[in-house]
Write a protein that binds this ligand. Structure first.
Ligand SMILES: CC(=O)SCCNC(=O)CCNC(=O)[C@H](O)C(C)(C)COP(=O)(O)OP(=O)(O)OC[C@H]1O[C@@H](n2cnc3c(N)ncnc32)[C@H](O)[C@@H]1OP(=O)(O)O
Ligand SMILES: CC(C)C(=O)C(=O)O
Length: 521
């Protein structure tokens, strides 16, 4: 691939190769294709789709992806071995354009203890591999595996030989995430100073995150002349992962002046979707605090931060959630929130400060937040309408629960008894699983038809005492409600969570009726 702009950074995505290596089960060709299409829309330049010699499935995945990409170049990985390179050709032959990526380790420990070869043998294998790959395509990448721990003289010699043999991209991996940014920057600088034919190839880096340096090392490499970085969505990759695509893409965009005007082809507004698809298909949830794409990356929960963000978002947001494809930021109300947050939330619900006593509402809010942990807008509104002894009064209470579920031939059936006000009622019903059957009963008993938008189950504690916590989000008449349930029985936790949400909805309905009555008066 030819990009003739010295400021343009080539984004080589290895989510489907190095990222996939880190998964507990490998991806099918169809799953890989689904991710590849998202990466193509994201604007990555090269997609390393797999290791064709590895299995018939991976060969098929590389072929399928190559046939379907609209913009990005497909790439297959191979050892410095003839049959691997031939397998890459087999997978991609017939395409207008494709890349073969071949590699061999150059560090002493890998050469001696893993490959059991001499360094001279390794250089010879590198040259042979690049030469063979060049017979198939004019887009050949060569990597010196474990370059970060390779003596610089050996690295210079290998890079020079690979370029001479026809490599158009030479990759310098910090395979075990060992180097520090200053050190890694110097390795790249030394290559530019010492390798005579360095200008004949694009210099790439592939940094792992074992010491948490992958992003910093990749950026330092760019500042020292590298023009391709190898990345993975959500930072997936062997062990602690690869350099994360979203982190480098957004750093280059956000700190462009400091990065010497470098830019990428990444469509940043597609980042959140790419992250979610990769997390879902790979069954690798994104940690909440993951930079750029974590659910907490644009959340503000403390009073001082919320006050700042409400006055000017830039006080605590260096990039906007919208710029990476999230709808908005989140301001969570907890006991760490301050009056500005409470006032703002009530204003968004239509309450002017002149209609309530802020200090009084705030004091009650704090008591509620200390009890509940997180307070939602409808909880806050309830403080205005209900006296302190009534603000958490419940309309629905679980009395008992019975569930039958089992193998293929059993229709999941539930029977639920609820206390509703002063009465008790029972309903039975079926569903496509035990939780669904319970939810159907609760819907009929409460008369509240809400849509379940999120269901999360997590273990609290461990061993015999572990409890299952279920958190649900439901949508009712355009408003989101949350419910939480905790029990040693996860079906009961689920029921408690939905009942919790229904109680909030019930209170919100009373408030809505009261507001309507006041309006009509
Ligand atoms: C740093 C990285 O991420 S490198 C990429 C790692 N990815 C993968 O390994 C996933 C795909 N791998 C596979 O499917 C298999 O390991 C295969 C098909 C590549 C090889 O399988 P096998 O032939 O059964 O060998 P195995 O994996 O057990 O051992 C690797 C062999 O390749 C050799 N080897 C390792 N890297 C290279 C290389 N770049 N060039 C040449 N030979 C190499 C090893 O020394 C070892 O050789 P030996 O059998 O003579 O001891
Ligand atoms: C094959 C190379 C690029 C690699 O994955 C590594 O060195 O980590």
């Amino acid at each position: 691939m030819a990009i003739n702009d010295d400021k343009r950074v080539i984004i080589f995505d290895t989510t489907l190769r190095d990222g996939e290596q880190a998964l507990q089960s490998s991806l099918s060709p169809k799953q890989k294709l689904q991710i590849a299409m998202i990466l193509d829309q994201l604007g990555v330049d090269v997609i390393e789709a797999g290791f064709p010699i590895s299995s018939p499935g991976d060969m098929e995945a590389v072929r399928l992806i190559g046939q379907n990409l609209k913009n990005a170049t497909v790439c297959g990985l191979s050892r410095a071995v003839d049959k691997d390179i031939d397998a890459c050709y087999e997978a991609m032959k017939g395409l207008d354009h494709y890349r073969i990526h071949t590699f061999i380790a150059t560090s002493d420990i890998h050469v001696q203890d893993k490959l059991k070869k001499s360094f001279d043998d390794v250089v010879e294998m590198a040259v042979r591999a690049v030469t063979r790959a060049r017979k198939y395509t004019d887009d050949v990448e060569f990597s010196c595996e474990d370059a970060g721990r390779t003596p610089i003289d050996h690295l210079c010699r290998t890079v020079e030989a690979a370029i001479k043999a026809g490599a158009t991209t030479v990759n310098i991996p910090d395979t075990v995430g060992y180097t520090l940014p200053y050190e890694f920057g110097n390795i790249i600088k030394s290559l530019f100073d010492r390798v005579p034919n360095i200008d004949k190839a694009v210099i790439s880096v592939h940094c792992h995150n074992d010491l948490g340096m992958a992003t910093a090392n990749s950026l330092t490499a760019l500042q020292n002349g590298a023009r391709q970085i190898e990345v993975a969505v959500n930072g997936l990759g062997e062990r602690a992962g690869n350099c994360s695509l979203e982190e480098v893409a957004m750093t280059i965009k956000t700190r462009s002046e400091y990065m010497g005007g470098l830019y990428t082809g990444i469509v940043s507004t597609n980042i959140a979707r790419a992250s979610q698809v990769v997390a879902g298909v790979c069954n690798e949830p994104v940690p909440p605090h993951k930079a750029i794409v974590g659910s907490n990356a644009f959340a503000h929960s403390s009073g001082i931060h919320q006050d700042g963000v409400l006055k000017n978002r830039s006080t605590y947001e260096i990039i906007t959630p919208e710029s990476v494809g999230f709808k908005e930021n989140n301001l969570h109300m907890t006991a760490r929130s301050g009056r500005h947050m409470i006032k703002s939330c009530l204003a968004s619900l239509g309450y002017d400060e002149s209609t309530y006593d802020l200090d009084d509402v705030y004091a009650r809010f704090l008591k509620l937040a200390d009890r509940k942990g997180q307070v939602f807008d409808y909880d806050l509104e309830a403080l205005l309408f209900f006296s302190p002894d009534k603000e958490e009064e419940t309309q629905f209470e679980l009395e008992s629960l019975n569930v039958i579920s089992g193998g293929k031939n059993v229709i999941p059936t539930a029977s639920v008894r609820l206390k509703i006000g002063k009465r008790t009622r029972t309903e039975s019903g079926t569903g496509n699983g035990p939780v669904d059957a319970v939810f159907n009963c609760i819907t009929r008993l409460t008369g509240i038809r809400c849509e379940l938008t999120n269901y999360v189950i997590a273990a609290k504690g461990s061993g015999m005492n572990a409890q299952g916590q279920v958190d649900v989000d439901v949508m009712y008449q355009g408003r989101q409600y949350h419910g939480k349930g905790l029990s040693t029985d996860v079906i009961e936790s689920s029921a408690l969570a939905l009942i919790h949400a229904c109680n909030s909805i019930y209170r919100a309905r009373i408030i809505a009726d009261e507001k309507l009555e006041n309006k009509e008066k």
